[in-house]
Unconditional design. Structure first.
Length: 103
């Protein structure tokens, strides 16, 4: 049986440690993405529940709008090559659902 030299052992040990660090970093990134997806799913579900609770609403009033919308972001106005004015409008709901419109 052949004995591994100290130099080879050190090289193999360093490689193994590098690989373990890389895998730990990848696992942490995957866990973070998974948590973000779960939060997004929860936000969408709560928004759907809120919308379902309002299915018989006949008039949009201030309390309903406040229950649905956290903020409206209006982007910078731009004029395209045809002289048409364009502007991005983002509506962010209280459940962190975002709708983007180009006007």
């Amino acid at each position: 049986m052949e004995i591994v030299s100290e130099e080879n052992f050190k090289m193999l040990s360093d490689r193994l440690q590098d690989e373990q660090k890389k895998l730990r970093d990848e696992l942490a990134a995957i866990k973070k993405r998974s948590e973000e997806f779960e939060k997004t799913e929860e936000n969408i579900q709560s928004f759907v529940t809120l919308i379902k609770s309002m299915k018989h609403v006949e008039e949009l009033d201030r309390p309903i709008v406040q229950a649905l919308i956290e903020r409206i972001e209006i982007g910078e106005s731009r004029t395209d090559a045809d002289g048409e004015r364009n502007q991005q409008i983002d509506i962010v709901t209280n459940s962190s659902v975002r709708w983007t419109f180009e006007q």
